[in-house]
Design a protein around this ligand. Sequence first.
Ligand code: SF4
Length: 388
Amino acid sequence: MLIPLLTEYEKEHIAERQPLPERYLGLSDEEMAVRIRAAKEALGRRVVILGHHYQRDEVIAFADYTGDSYKLAQQVRKHPEAEFIIFCGVHFMAESADVLSGEHQQVILPDLAAGCSMADMADPEQLEMCWKELAELGVNGGANRIVPVTYINSAASIKAFVGEHGGVVCTSSNAGATLKWAWERPSTPPGAAAPKILFLPDQHLGRNTAYKMGVPLDEMVVWDPNEVRGGLTPDEVKHARIILWKGHCSVHTRFTARQIENLRAQHPGIRVIVHPEVPWEVVQAADDSGSTEYIIRTVKESAEGSVWAVGTEVHLVNRLAAEVAPARTVVSLDQFGCLCSTMFRVSPNHLLWTLEGLVAGEVHNRIVVPDSQKHWTKVALDRMLSIS
Ligand code: SF4
């Protein structure tokens, strides 16, 4: 199995895990497994554990459901009987679960330090400013409409803004359908030009999805929130069909077209499949691209003897490789394995601590979206769930 090498950045950030009480440190894997199972059993149907595909195996082993953000968001709705939803993922996912869950349910994130560098690249003040500046540029307001679309990998405050301004949340599973939905929003006055989309925070998912739908690159612009008016001229903005926020995933942008070239030279006949958070040129060099669920399905359904290089987080790649072997071979597109260091912060120790806390009647690390954001976040998420 591929053991990912950690960069200095990752080592430093993984070290910033939420501290645990002394008694939860230094436990053997066996002891943790026994105690996690016992706590789960004691809680029964009062708890449901959701595990994102990018979690490490020692955590996934205890998940009731695994999936990508979209699939796990759907699971929240399917378990109204669970008082507690433990979300083994990152902060924005737990926020979405809180919004989609019932009043009687509490959502827990085992390690509060498990954030997402991409979600951190868009803050609500920057978005307010962008919205205002787009109006000053003459493309937002009056007969011109902009529909904001935010990737689920964003803070609840961003989703609330988007919901309140007629927009929607998307995931990598339904990004194409969501862009179609947004471009088809009625224009005002009737007959005016189709709306433009403001897509945030991941420029790559926005670009790759729009390009796949036939939008040429010269009808897309990148809005840099650190520049006045996004660093764009009025003409550039007027000409664009989609305005891409300058954000990215620090894991997926490590994949390169050169890696694909090298692998093809070493393994003639290898097929390459990547996640759409990778840069555009990497998608172009690959054979296929899609959400984590799509990647898993495509590889599992491929012909026996197929050899795949997969460009997404290494824990998913390793598990997929083990599941499809020996009939199919799967390797990581990055020979060192790209690791999501923030997901990696959720450890079995943290999971045990939260579970035993619940057994003892203590709720640790509850994630609560403020009431002021809840309504519009829910509107944006409900729109997402209605688009397939
Ligand atoms: S893989 Fe990238 S987008 Fe996903 S949680 Fe990690 S940093 Fe965020």
